[in-house]
Design a protein around this ligand. Structure first.
Ligand code: 8X3
Length: 250
């Protein structure tokens, strides 16, 4: 750590190895933040950190020791982007694999809470902090086959609201950025267990799904508002998507 932390604003991004996380790390670095890129895949975050002049910290958000090590590496944190998350499966509730549900609750909710708990002292130490929780339009609406994921993302929304209440009076803002259809390298592929055809079908005929960079731009905007301006929630979708069941396809 060579930079003077009193002069440099530090951002931590979880899930920084790909997609919205990697794009957010780049966008925040472009805004002058020293970005700590946290994820499990060391090679990827080391490459990203080298590109943006940041720092890579290998971290599994579902492992308490790993998260404690992340917190130890970041004594002062101005922006925390809780981005790590994901979906697996599109089973109906009737047939749902509860291990998939447990994985989704762990990674989308408990991991976010674990990282937030660990970094709150560093966020307080900044004197002016923003937590951006990456939720989803899946935290706004239900769709068939989506309950394991939509339930977890609804939880992200409620955890964000609760934190805002509990931290009222402290110099910490909480924003939930909730993207709709975003075409990233991995989200749909992971959801469909690596089935490229099914993953591609999600975006078939959709004129310009959002890109990770579009969401990163929103996250960077939220993180750079003046201290007294709190953006509670920001829902961002492609123009072609009006609702879960209303996606224009050509
Ligand atoms: C992703 C949005 O529609 O696939 O967070 O649930 S959706």
């Amino acid at each position: 750590m060579t930079q003077d932390l009193t002069q440099t604003r530090t951002a931590v991004v979880t899930g920084a190895s790909s997609g919205i996380g990697a794009a957010s790390a780049r966008a925040l670095a472009a805004q002058g933040f020293r970005v700590v890129c946290a994820a499990r895949r060391t090679d990827r975050i080391e490459e990203l950190a080298a590109e943006i002049g940041g720092e890579a910290v290998t971290c599994d958000i579902n492992d308490a020791d790993s998260v404690a090590a992340l917190a130890a590496a970041v004594p002062v944190c101005h922006v925390l982007v809780n981005n790590a998350g994901g979906a697996v499966g599109v089973d109906r509730v009737e047939d749902a694999d509860l291990d998939d549900w447990r994985w989704m609750y762990d990674v989308n909710v408990l991991g976010l809470v674990r990282v937030t708990q660990a970094l709150l002292p560093a966020l307080r130490a900044s004197g002016d902090a923003v937590i951006v929780n990456v939720g989803s339009t899946a935290g706004r609406w239900a769709y068939e086959g989506g309950a394991g994921y939509t339930a977890a993302k609804h939880a992200v929304k409620v955890v964000s609201e609760t934190l805002r209440l509990e931290l009222n009076g402290e110099p910490i803002r909480i924003c939930e950025v909730a993207p709709g259809m975003v075409r990233t390298d991995e989200f749909a592929l992971v959801r469909f267990g690596g089935d490229r055809e099914k993953a591609d079908a999600v975006y078939a005929g959709v004129d310009q799904p959002l890109l990770a960079e579009d969401v990163a731009d929103a996250i960077s905007w939220v993180a750079t508002r003046p201290s007294h301006v709190d953006i509670d929630e920001l829902v961002i979708k492609p123009r072609a998507q009006a609702a879960a069941h209303k996606v224009h396809r050509s």
